[in-house]
Design a protein around this ligand. Structure first.
Ligand code: SF4
Length: 124
């Protein structure tokens, strides 16, 4: 059985052809072709077994001229948790002043991943 993916690790966007076998919920990869470097093979294997993503979004901030502050997860979280994570972050609020790099949420959905500010939100 073959699967096809576009590698998203760098702007080259290599077209990957992945051969393997579907075993219940798991796709066992036997070979990856089309990748221009080793990272493409690692990406294909991870994407078909345990896909994860870094989440970038915004959190509401009070006490600042800014209404929202850009944030991102400090690590990757499972792809199937992204919508739930967005709900948690959408309900969250922080208070100014916020400094770039401040941790605004700890242990997002029990993943152990923090959500950090990517910009300053000075107090009024
Ligand atoms: S396989 Fe390597 S060169 Fe190709 S897109 Fe992925 S990271 Fe970039």
């Amino acid at each position: 059985m073959k699967k096809y993916l576009t590698c998203i690790i760098c702007p080259m966007g290599c077209s990957l052809e992945i051969a393997g076998e579907q075993k219940e919920d798991l796709f066992e990869v036997s070979s990856v072709t089309g990748n221009n470097c080793r990272r493409g093979e690692e990406y294909a294997k991870k994407e078909l077994t345990f896909p994860t993503r870094t989440l970038t979004t915004t959190i509401a901030v009070t006490g600042s001229s800014l209404k929202l502050v850009p944030v991102k997860t400090a690590g990757e979280i499972p792809k199937d948790m992204l919508l739930k994570a967005m709900e948690v972050i959408r309900r969250a609020k922080c208070k100014a002043p916020v400094k770039c790099g401040d941790v605004l949420l700890y242990d997002l959905l029990g993943t152990g991943v923090k959500v950090v500010a990517c910009a300053d939100a000075p107090a009024l």
